[in-house]
Write a protein that binds this ligand. Structure first.
Ligand SMILES: Nc1ncnc2c1ncn2[C@@H]1O[C@H](COP(=O)(O)OP(=O)(O)O)[C@@H](O)[C@H]1O
Ligand SMILES: [Mg+2]
Length: 301
């Protein structure tokens, strides 16, 4: 495909895209990460998973995190969400150093984490009640978040009555209900079928547009990362370090038609080269050995 289409460099941006990034860099820094590192100590020894991670994420920015499996993507956002201790470095939210989990940061995981014995409404109310609130105001607020994710008709349904995509929308509503400043999402659509997944991506962009929230989104799907993000943080493995932090040159608002635009394809090609460099497949032969298992005479090629 790349032989047929002459792609621009992924760094090439239209004037409207560069103007958007210029504006984005003028927003307040929401999350500042300085020299973050993580070492796990296990019975088999110590593993240095992440090393010297430095980055800034701006207010209402949408950042995706990609990288080879096991490079520390989940560890990174779990640390930032306060679910994992740091081995070194620190991070600041609105210029203030933070540690441990709190309502200013929310999390959505890949697995369905709703309480099966609670209705949709009660699941969303749960997050608010944990923060010590109660009463009809909480119920009204929960209903607003449920409406935002398009599930008003299902407020009294139970998780078992919902599809996978609907469950994840409830999980998003529950995470947003406490009005976190940063929402961390760890492969939230990874278990969904392709059609539901692209629908969820479009929903997420709509939700993000209507809520004052900064999103850090882990995925291993390059199309998903490009379609959703302002910038993409590319990690490399052993130890996990920042490979590149790239600006997505695709204009907003995003539409599925852009998946085939030259900007989209050029950034995708660049990400593929970063994540799956040709040399990493050296131990795999290009062709399989010829072992003929059929005596049928029709050639299929
Ligand atoms: N609690 C833990 N104890 C020991 N090693 C861990 C723990 N959590 C993750 N790791 C290791 O850290 C590395 C990064 O894991 P993870 O952050 O889950 O990667 P990714 O999300 O990029 O696939 C892996 O090698 C994993 O085995
Ligand atoms: Mg992971």
């Amino acid at each position: 495909m790349s032989e047929l289409i002459q792609l621009p460099s992924y760094k090439e941006q239209s004037p409207e895209v560069s103007a958007r990034f210029e504006a984005l860099h003028k927003r307040p820094v929401k999350l500042k990460v300085e020299g973050l590192s993580k070492t796990f100590h296990t019975s088999k020894g110590s593993v240095n998973v992440l090393k010297s991670i430095d980055l800034n994420v701006y207010r209402r920015e949408f950042v995706s995190v990609i990288g080879p499996s096991g490079c520390g993507k989940s560890t990174l956002i779990r640390m930032l969400a306060g679910l994992e201790t740091l081995s070194g470095g620190r991070f600041l939210l609105n210029d203030k150093e933070v540690s441990g989990p709190s309502a200013d940061r929310g999390m959505v995981f890949q697995g369905y984490t709703l309480f099966p014995w609670l209705s949709v409404k009660k699941n969303v109310m749960f997050g608010l009640e944990v923060n010590g609130r109660s009463g009809t105001a909480v119920e009204q607020e929960a209903l607003q978040w449920i409406e935002l994710v398009g599930l008003a008709r299902f407020a009294d349904a139970y998780p078992s009555q919902l599809s996978g995509g609907m469950k994840q929308r409830v999980a998003i509503a529950r995470a947003l209900a406490t009005q976190p400043e940063v929402l961390f999402m760890d492969e939230p659509f990874g278990a969904l079928d392709p059609h539901t997944r692209s629908q969820m991506q479009a929903y997420l962009l709509q939700i993000w547009k209507n809520v004052d929230v900064t999103i850090m989104f882990v995925t291993h799907d390059l199309d998903e990362a490009i379609y959703l993000s302002d910038r993409i943080l590319v990690l490399k493995a052993n130890p996990g370090e920042i490979h590149e932090f790239i600006e997505v040159p695709v204009p907003r608002p995003r539409t599925p038609e852009q998946f085939l635009s030259p900007e989209f394809l050029s950034v995708k090609q660049h990400l593929e080269e970063l994540i799956h460099p040709v040399s990493s497949n050296d131990d795999e032969p290009t062709d399989l050995p010829i072992v003929r298992m059929t005596s049928a005479s029709d050639n299929v090629e």
